[in-house]
Write a protein that binds this ligand. Structure first.
Ligand SMILES: NC(=O)c1ccc[n+]([C@@H]2O[C@H](COP(=O)([O-])OP(=O)(O)OC[C@H]3O[C@@H](n4cnc5c(N)ncnc54)[C@H](OP(=O)(O)O)[C@@H]3O)[C@@H](O)[C@H]2O)c1
Length: 235
């Protein structure tokens, strides 16, 4: 299998790279990072810098990539050094809102636009993005986090729409949105104190669980939103 991991420098993305590199059926992992290449080296793994907000960089990377069985986009933004998720509409900042859209929603569509030829067409292939349960409109009970929620809801709509198009044009490709559970990474670090005991997962736990979901997917499953434990989430 040839696998592309976008955001391989993140807590979850890097764990996908490390766990998949240990599988005997995986011959190549094309992993990308944004700022700094992770120290993990393995004969199957090649690291490439990729700014996921840069469309021509995505197009050029796709031209060099070759055929892939799986693509997993693990890029994401919840906070940066200056700003984080809004508790109230009074805190909404247009630039931060657009930054969330640019990192959490748009890249998956650009990857689909420029890498669809790379996905293997003759057997089941997977195009998956790590979304978040807080992007579910139906599941939203607490409110807050306007920019992050809206960007993940936009991502989810993009994935659902893509699944409908590809059921016609790329019927062997499974499009999937994944919720990893609350996972101990730099993204969740400032918000971990309110997580109930036992519900903060190590990256290895959440990646192992998500791989159990991915391993079972068939083309009939395309266009769904999966939690780490295999539960189907409402859009
Ligand atoms: N951790 C959780 O509890 C949790 C819960 C639900 C959903 N998620 C989702 O899971 C995914 C992975 O999150 P994580 O927890 O692993 O977060 P993380 O450790 O902060 O990783 C985020 C990744 O996004 C990359 N990135 C940010 N901006 C980028 C850009 N412009 N171009 C390319 N890459 C960029 C980062 O690269 P650099 O570090 O090199 O900048 C990093 O690899 C995200 O989509 C997140 O929303 C996480």
């Amino acid at each position: 299998m040839n696998i592309a991991i976008i955001g391989g420098s993140g807590g979850i993305g890097r764990t996908f790279v490390e766990v998949l590199a240990g599988r005997p059926e995986v011959s190549a992992i094309h992993a990308t990072y944004n700022r700094t290449p992770p120290p993990f080296q393995h004969p199957a793994v090649t690291w490439q810098p990729l700014d996921i907000t840069n469309e021509s960089a995505i197009r050029n990377w796709g031209r060099e990539l070759g055929e892939i069985d799986w693509l997993i986009n693990a890029v994401g933004l919840l906070h940066d050094l200056e700003q984080g998720p809004e508790k109230s509409i009074r805190r909404l900042d247009p630039a931060f809102f657009m930054q969330n859209m640019n990192i959490n929603a748009l890249p998956t569509l650009l990857l689909a636009k420029h890498l669809h030829r790379n996905l293997k067409h003759d057997r089941t292939a997977i195009f998956a993005t790590i979304s978040a349960k807080v992007g579910s409109i139906e599941d939203n009970r607490l409110g807050g986090w306007y920019s992050y929620r809206a960007s993940k809801a936009a991502l989810n709509m993009g994935l659902k729409t893509l699944a409908i198009e590809w059921q016609r044009t790329l019927p062997n490709v499974v499009v999937a949105a994944l919720h990893p559970g609350t996972t101990d990474t730099p993204l969740s670090k400032p918000f971990q104190k309110h997580v109930p005991k036992g519900q903060l997962f190590t990256p290895t736990r959440s990646v192992t669980d998500m791989l159990d979901v991915l391993d079972k997917l068939t083309p009939e499953d395309s266009g769904k939103f999966w939690a780490f434990d295999g539960e189907l989430l409402p859009w």
